[in-house]
Design a protein around this ligand. Structure first.
Ligand code: HEC
Length: 133
């Protein structure tokens, strides 16, 4: 059998990285992604957030909330991000110290503790953080 050589950009390596990051040990990366996207939809996150950074809204205003890809880019190398962002999702963003001023509309993220458990919030955050390898 030929040895399996993986280039750093190899899709197989990405799949491997996503598999290792998945909390559900038996889910394939595709199943994991679908399950998390479904959870985010059910919990109302997508009313404000989008997966990909889109163009401005049709009325010309900036998006309501940062796209998850942008959140991943900003915090993926921050080892404390998972813990901190889970708390932010549960308790809402801090109006006095907004992290996305000028990039998104002038609203705060309200607390989500009524719609997600801490475990779900953590799972969503950990999924978001590895959207960009
Ligand atoms: C009512 C709109 C709204 C909903 C619903 C919402 N968010 Fe947010 N979210 C925002 C806004 C606005 C920000 C940017 C806050 C800031 O500038 O600090 C944000 C920021 C975030 C951040 C980054 C926080 C930071 O400190 O940079 C994460 C992670 C996040 N949201 C996840 C979620 C998840 C998961 C859900 C669903 C459980 C959710 N959001 C639901 C509006 C929303």
């Amino acid at each position: 059998m030929k040895p399996l050589l993986l280039k750093p950009s190899s899709p197989a390596l990405l799949v491997l990285a996503l598999t290792l990051a998945a909390p559900a040990a038996h889910a394939t990366p595709a199943e994991y992604g679908e399950a998390m996207f479904r959870l985010a939809t059910e919990r109302g996150c997508l009313a404000c957030h989008a997966l990909q950074a889109g163009p401005r809204r049709s009325d010309g205003l900036p998006p309501i909330a940062p796209a998850w890809i942008e959140i991943a880019r900003r915090y993926r190398d921050d080892p404390a991000a998972s813990e901190r962002l889970t708390a932010t999702v549960m308790g809402g963003s801090n109006a006095a110290a907004r992290h996305w001023v000028g990039k998104v509309a002038d609203v705060n993220m309200p607390p989500n503790a009524a719609v997600v458990s801490e475990r779900e919030a953590r799972a969503l955050v950990n999924w978001i953080l590895v959207l960009v390898p």
